[in-house]
Write a new protein. Structure first.
Length: 446
């Protein structure tokens, strides 16, 4: 049954508009009549005048914030076509092209200005403009959402793509993990926040109220990072199951009908879903810090929890396996694997036989096919790890949902965290070495 949740994005937009209208009241007389929704060409000079007024920064801090808020309110009042023109104007007219950057460097070399003057001169005017929003109510959320639209527009426009990248250092500074609050979310959280968990869940879709309640039950935990300037918007959240032993089947963790277990009897925390919530923060990493912070808090709150591990999807594994089967052909298989396929398929040999079996509907439910494919697909799995964990175990048929099959032929992996070794393992990965268990190393050797 579908969840009767309202449009959280629409409510966020209304909150932004209201905040900007309140802040911008003092700027109304200075900016004149509103821009028209589609931002026709004869409105563009007035838009540029407003942007220029913001960049000039006259009248003190309150006036600057009022002008920025008015500009933000004007943007939110535009149609999709108008917003696109606004963003293209900002990216093309207020970026910093290479020739302009070179000219600034040459000008600086002829002066005795300190290096910080050059740094400021090389900041694109558009970034300097958006920096003003940090002091405007709801302004940080506005910049995050604006970058999300720039990222989408940047798929077809180079200037928009450049501006989205220019904004990343600014947002990286604003969202430094030292500024973030770790919050546990449970069933007593506001309905608005629970709706956002449903909307933002990116790994295992939440399908009902019962499903949601199960994920927030006493043997489960959900933690999120929040920014003080976006207290109603999670940045990223992780879902945790408190179990006994290493979990290898996500269906058991997601079973809303399963009996709730005693968290005091658990010895392992399984991080089974982690979702980024703000598209505009793409390229700014929180996940590794979130898992480490949550593991440390669980270790303090539940001393019985001794092991920390993920049960993670392997995005791109299916594509990787398919590419190897296509590109390397029969050479991708050992002679023993080729022989093991003959009893279950007469239609083809070698790599073609693997492809033939994988194209069968519900192939994993046929015992002989399952048995033949498991060692082959397991051996072809590759692991990429930069979060300081240990590749502990590959789990066969751990997620037979449509998404699990589409990503990785239903395989998932356990990454085990030993808190004392996280930083050491992360540095080992940076040096080109993945830390793995003996079982996984054996798979890699084939």
């Amino acid at each position: 049954m579908a969840l009767p949740f309202s449009n959280t994005a629409g409510r966020t937009l209304e909150r932004l508009r209201h905040a900007f209208v309140e802040t911008a009241r003092g700027a109304r007389q200075a900016v004149g009549t509103p821009l028209r929704p589609d931002l026709p060409d004869d409105d563009l000079p007035r838009l540029r005048n407003r942007i220029d007024a913001c960049l000039e920064g006259k009248g003190g801090e309150i006036a600057r914030r009022a002008r920025a808020a008015e500009l933000g309110q004007a943007y939110l009042s535009l149609s999709p076509a108008g917003r696109r023109k606004f963003l293209l104007t900002l990216a093309n007219d207020y970026g910093l092209p290479r020739d302009a950057a070179v000219a600034e460097v040459e000008r600086w070399r002829t002066t005795k200005e300190p290096p910080r003057a050059l740094v400021r001169a090389l900041e694109p005017p558009a970034v300097r403009l958006l920096r003003e929003f940090v002091g405007v109510p709801q302004g940080v959320k506005f910049v995050v959402d604006l970058r999300a639209e720039l990222l989408a527009l940047g798929k077809s426009d180079q200037a928009a793509r450049t501006l989205s990248e220019d904004l990343r250092p600014l947002l990286g500074a604003w969202f430094d993990v030292a500024f973030l609050d770790l919050v546990r979310i449970d069933w007593r959280a506001s309905a608005a926040l629970l709706e956002k968990l449903v909307a933002y869940e990116a790994v295992h879709a939440i399908r009902s109220w019962r499903d949601l309640k199960n994920r927030l039950d006493s043997d489960r935990r959900c933690f999120a990072f929040f920014h003080p300037r976006m207290p109603e918007e999670p940045l990223i959240f992780v879902e945790v199951a408190l179990v006994h032993g290493l979990a290898g089947d996500v269906r058991q963790l997601l079973d809303a009908k399963a009996e709730t277990s005693d968290p005091q009897a658990a010895n392992t925390a399984i991080f089974y879903s982690i979702s980024n919530c703000q598209q505009g923060l793409a390229g700014i990493s929180f996940g590794n810090y979130l898992i480490k912070r949550v593991a440390e808090q669980l270790a303090r709150d539940l001393p019985n929890i001794k092991d920390f591990a993920t049960l993670s999807p392997i995005p791109g594994l299916r594509r990787h396996i398919d590419d190897r089967l296509k590109g390397e052909g029969d050479e991708v298989l050992t002679q023993q694997e080729v022989a093991s396929l003959r009893p279950v398929t007469n239609a083809a040999e070698g790599a073609a036989a693997v492809r033939h079996l994988l194209d069968r509907p519900s192939w994993w439910e046929v015992p002989a096919v399952n048995k033949a494919l498991r060692p082959i697909l397991s051996r072809l799995a590759d692991f990429h790890l930069g979060n300081g964990a240990i590749v502990e175990r590959l789990n066969w048929l751990a997620d037979t949902s449509a998404n699990g099959l589409r990503q990785s032929y239903a395989m998932m992996v356990n990454y085990r965290y030993k808190l004392a070794d996280v930083d050491v393992n992360h540095e080992a990965y940076a040096g080109g070495r993945v830390v793995a268990s003996r079982e996984v190393r054996a798979l890699a050797r084939g």
